[in-house]
Structure formats: structure tokens, C-alpha cells
Design a protein around this ligand. Structure first.
Ligand code: NDP
Length: 274
């Protein structure tokens, strides 16, 4: 442990699986007090108990990020469970795909993805306001200084457009606008807001799509990704959740305390940057 997040209270959404879960493990190693959330109780409970049984400090709150009340309940755990009215780090990682070509995409398909990825991120930032922006104001009134707090959102290289992902690409492009706006509005309170734009990372979302499943990539696209890695990517296999978690850690820690409003592409060189 190098204690990059020692004593920091960090909220992570989508912490039951994939990038969110790996980020939770890394943050725990770095000494954070964790408020973890996911829509699914079972994987969330597993993440929490793995962290606590290896000496970390985590609590889990089931939350559907499309529901404002759920997001508020997550943030209130800072005071209810950790006895503090301040959150240091908010990592908005919950997100999902539901791919279809635009001529086949229904309004429900569109709203479903915008609701989780974009509105979900907005809901969590708003729900965290009393514990981040308001907490910073109170700190300044009391001490004349404000510590750095950070928000990290997850965009995607698909924000630049990707076949079959009109809904997802729009949600991830929207996250860039949201990130840059919050960065400007809350800079005065020493709250940084940055986004990570992952390339193809090995999780449930990028496995070869099985019959009847919503997630995953068609076999042909998965092969195309392998070709791109060979031709222009770093000399490695597909990116791993750890590759993204390490960059989220950078934005969550004081290493990036003078960086805000940025979008960092993390795609191993296999794709252009945003
Ligand atoms: P996973 O599917 O492995 O993890 C996503 C997590 O988010 C799951 O635990 C899921 O819960 C949870 N979630 C889904 N819907 C909601 C909701 N409404 N409220 C709260 N939690 C929810 O995917 P990844 O780890 O790959 O994705 C993490 C983030 O990274 C997403 O924002 C994704 O868009 C982004 N990303 C991923 C890339 C990749 O290549 N993997 C590339 C670019 C961006 P449940 O299991 O119940 O569905």
C-alpha cells in the first residue's frame, strides 16, 4: 500500500463488477474509506466483503443511478456510516451498453442508455453536492482553506462515434460536456472533475456476445479489435480493468490536484484519442 488515498472517503458506482470493482480493490489498497454502490446486491456484497476481509474499510449501498433517491442514499452513507459530512472522491463508473443500428434503435433503447450512463452520472454529482461543494464552502468559512476533492467520470472512445452505438456514443459524449462544465463550475471549490475514455477493456461489455444476451461484441467486431491491437496497439493483449483503475486512481489522488476538465484516452495506442 502506498497510501495515495489514506483517510479519503471515496464513493464508487458500478462497483459490483468490471472496472468499478477493480477500482474499488485498488482504492482500498491505497487506504480509502469506501462507499461502494451497484444496482445488483450480490456482486456488490462480494466486493465489500473481499475488501473488508483483507483489512480494508468498505460499505455497500444498493443503488440504481437512474433514481435520484438512491443516489442521495449513497452519499448520505458518508455521515451515517463514516460520521463525516465530506466526500473526497466520487468515481461515476456505472454504465452499460445496449447496441443496435440506429434504424432499429427504439426510443426505449435510446432512453435506457442515456438514463443510466449520462443522467446517472448527473444524478450522482448532484446528490454529492452537499458533501463536496457545500462541504468545501463550509471548510473555507471555517479555516480559510479548502482541500482538493475529485470527481472522475467514465466516457469512452465510442464518444467519437461507433457503429451500433448511437445511444452509447451520445451518452459518453454527453459525459465529456458534463465533466468540463462541472470542472468550471466547481473549480473555485478545489473540486477537480476529469473523465477517463477507455478503449476496449476486457469485461462483460466486450466479451463475445452470446445468443440472447444484451452485452458484448459481435464475433466480427471482436476480431477487428484483435487486428487493431496487433497493428497499432501496445505489445499486449486487450486492456484490463486495472489499466483503467490506475488512471482513475491518478485522478482521485493528489497527484492530479492541478488537473481539471480533462478527458484522458486510455486505449493502449490502438485507437485515436478523443
Ligand atoms: P461491467 O458490466 O463489468 O460493469 C458495470 C457495472 O455497472 C455493473 O456492476 C452493473 O451492474 C452496474 N450498473 C449497470 N446499470 C446500473 C445502474 N442503473 N445503476 C447502478 N449500477 C449499474 O462493465 P465495465 O466495467 O466494462 O464498465 C464500466 C464503465 O466503463 C461503464 O461506464 C462503461 O460504459 C465504461 N467503459 C467500458 C469499456 C470497456 O471496454 N469495457 C470501454 C469504455 C467505457 P449489473 O451487473 O447489475 O448490470
Amino acid at each position: 500500500m502506498s497510501n495515495l488515498l489514506k483517510n479519503k472517503v471515496a464513493v464508487i458506482t458500478g462497483a459490483g463488477r468490471g472496472i468499478g470493482q477493480t477500482t474499488a480493490f485498488l482504492f482500498a489498497k491505497e487506504g480509502a474509506k469506501l462507499i461502494l454502490s451497484d444496482i445488483d446486491k450480490e456482486p456488490l456484497d462480494e466486493t465489500v466483503s473481499k475488501i473488508n476481509s483483507s483489512g480494508g474499510n468498505a460499505i455497500g449501498v444498493v443503488c440504481d443511478v437512474t433514481k435520484k433517491d438512491d443516489c442521495e442514499k449513497v452519499m448520505k452513507s458518508a455521515s451515517n456510516d463514516f460520521g463525516t459530512s465530506s466526500i473526497d472522491v466520487l468515481a461515476n463508473i456505472a454504465g452499460i451498453t445496449h447496441d443496435k443500428m440506429i434504424h432499429k434503435m427504439t426510443l426505449e433503447d435510446w432512453n435506457f442508455i442515456i438514463g443510466i450512463n449520462l443522467t446517472g452520472t448527473f444524478n450522482c454529482i448532484q446528490a454529492a453536492e452537499p458533501f463536496m461543494r457545500q462541504a468545501a464552502k463550509e471548510e473555507e468559512d471555517k479555516t480559510g482553506k479548502i482541500k482538493t476533492r475529485s470527481i472522475i467520470n467514465i466516457s469512452s472512445i465510442s464518444a467519437m462515434g461507433n457503429v451500433g452505438q448511437a445511444n452509447y456514443a451520445a451518452s459518453k459524449a454527453g459525459i465529456i460536456g458534463l465533466t468540463k462544465t462541472v470542472a468550471k463550475e466547481w473549480a473555485r471549490f478545489n473540486i477537480t472533475c476529469n473523465a477517463v475514455a477507455p478503449g476496449y477493456i476486457e469485461t462483460r461489455l466486450t466479451q463475445v456476445r452470446k445468443e440472447g444476451e444484451d452485452f458484448g461484441l459481435p464475433e466480427k467486431q471482436r476480431q477487428m479489435v484483435s487486428t487493431m491491437i496487433k497493428e497499432t496497439g501496445l505489445n499486449r493483449e486487450l486492456g484490463q480493468p486495472e489499466d483503467i483503475a490506475k488512471v482513475i486512481l491518478f485522478f482521485a489522488s493528489d497527484l492530479s490536484s492541478y488537473v481539471t476538465g480533462q478527458v484522458l484516452t486510455v486505449a493502449g495506442g490502438m485507437m485515436g484519442t478523443i
